[in-house]
Design a protein around this ligand. Structure first.
Ligand SMILES: [Zn+2]
Ligand SMILES: [Zn+2]
Length: 425
């Protein structure tokens, strides 16, 4: 087997220490790949300007504060003053130094969840002294039923319900309802008649879903075989014509170092197979979000919305991160494989995560759910409340399906993962 000597230059980069020196044995490579990165420093993201309880308007002191989607800002419903929290990107330096990351850096809102942590948080209302319970699994605000002040959970709590940052809703409910109608009507052929007739805009709910937003520095290596066709001919055997080819087989290796900026990963284990057991994930298909615009935590952004708390820890998500990095690495080296006209099959893949930084974030989604009467299946249409990107599964009309004879199950379209990738040169 010929050795490929002068490969394309994608393995040349300033940050690829594992590729210097004598080659590692396979055992050494596996050991190196398994070695856990050193835990890195934490980043403290508690918003010290707000405390648990009553969030007051900085101008007039009213507590009637909520998000105004049109501006993405908090608005005082009494004096109309608008303000916003700082972007975490600058406030906590989350955009900096990705190529310098060492170990696993975890922001305080992404810290491990304590297994015995309660979801119920009880406050003493500072306005009237009543005790108010907030079920943080679904909401970070509650109304005091004695004095009607809105009480907010602003401190990070050990059950994972308070993230480092929040990306506020920007599309209002009317826009979302329009997007959902458009989505359903464009798929009229497969839309169940009852779905169309029973569409209830009031059931469109604004939900903040938990994500971990990850920056990382990685090196990936791939070893395999590539084939280059040298000859092709046909032979006749009786009535059969057979095509043969000859090819040179090369041992091919590629390595690429790169950084990823704001890779978005599910923070809820239930959402990992959201969408009726299909592996395709409806929520993932409305990515990306403009996570750079996420702001410091302030529970007032959640007034009027529901939320779902994070239940996954960073340590449990590292294998998934490595899979995603390998996939990015594969696509990074792909353009250099053009000469192998019969393709390349990778036999060994390796990723070394030099450093990663994890930030917990709530991302805004308008969600419509619909239960299909015939089989009880739940279907969803989701709208990215920043970009308007809409995706969903729609129940299929069985009689029409027989006519069209195309597919069974759930129509789910256009699943595309999106990454921001900067290749190291
Ligand atoms: Zn005010
Ligand atoms: Zn009260």
């Amino acid at each position: 087997m010929p050795e490929e000597s002068a490969g394309p230059s994608d393995s040349e980069g300033p940050r690829r220490p594992t590729f210097d020196g004598p080659p590692l044995s396979l055992e050494e490579e596996i050991a190196a790949a398994k070695a856990e990165p050193e835990p890195g420093p934490s980043i403290e993201t508690v918003n010290v300007a707000v405390k648990d309880g009553v969030n007051r308007c900085p101008k007039c002191g009213s507590t009637d504060v909520q998000l105004r989607e049109a501006t993405g800002m908090l608005v005082c419903r009494f004096c109309r003053h608008e303000w916003t929290e700082e972007r975490v990107e600058e406030e906590f330096g989350l955009g900096e130094g990705i190529d310098q990351l060492q170990g696993t850096v975890i922001a305080s809102g992404a810290a491990d969840i304590q297994a015995d942590a309660a979801d119920q948080v009880t406050f003493k209302c500072e306005a009237c002294g009543a005790e108010v319970v907030v079920d943080t699994a679904h909401a970070l605000n509650a109304r005091c039923h004695w004095c009607r002040h809105t009480l907010s959970v602003n401190q990070q709590i050990p059950n994972g319900a308070v993230p480092d940052a929040v990306l506020p809703f920007q599309l209002n409910k009317d826009v979302a309802v329009g997007k959902i109608r458009d989505f359903a009507s464009k798929r009229r052929l497969f839309a169940h008649r009852r779905f169309r007739h029973e569409f209830v805009p009031e059931n469109v709910l604004g939900v903040y879903l938990p994500y971990l937003v990850v920056d990382g520095r990685a090196e990936t290596e791939f070893v395999g075989r590539g084939e280059v066709e040298t000859k092709r001919w046909t032979e006749k055997h009786g009535d059969d014509t057979q095509t043969f080819y000859a090819a040179d087989v090369f041992r091919v290796s590629r390595a690429v170092a790169f950084t990823v900026d704001d890779l978005t990963m599910e923070g809820s284990s239930a959402r990992a197979d959201f969408g009726n057991g299909t592996t395709n994930n409806i929520i993932n298909s409305i990515l990306p979000f403009d996570t750079k615009n996420a702001v410091k935590w302030n529970a007032s952004y959640l007034v009027g919305f529901t939320s779902e708390k994070r239940d996954r820890n960073v340590s449990g998500m590292e294998p998934e991160l490595e899979d995603q990095l390998l996939s990015i690495g594969r696509s990074q080296v792909h353009p250099s494989l053009g000469r192998f006209d019969r393709g390349v099959r990778w036999e060994q893949e390796k990723v070394t995560v030099g450093g990663s930084r994890w930030v917990a974030m709530y991302l805004p989604v308008w969600l419509y759910s619909y239960r299909q009467a015939s089989n009880g299946m739940l279907h969803y249409i989701a709208v990215n409340a920043r970009t308007g990107e809409t995706m969903g599964s729609i129940p299929i009309s069985q009689p029409k399906l027989l006519l069209a004879a195309l597919t069974v199950g759930t129509v789910l379209e256009g699943i595309v993962g999106t990454f921001l990738v900067a290749a190291a040169r």
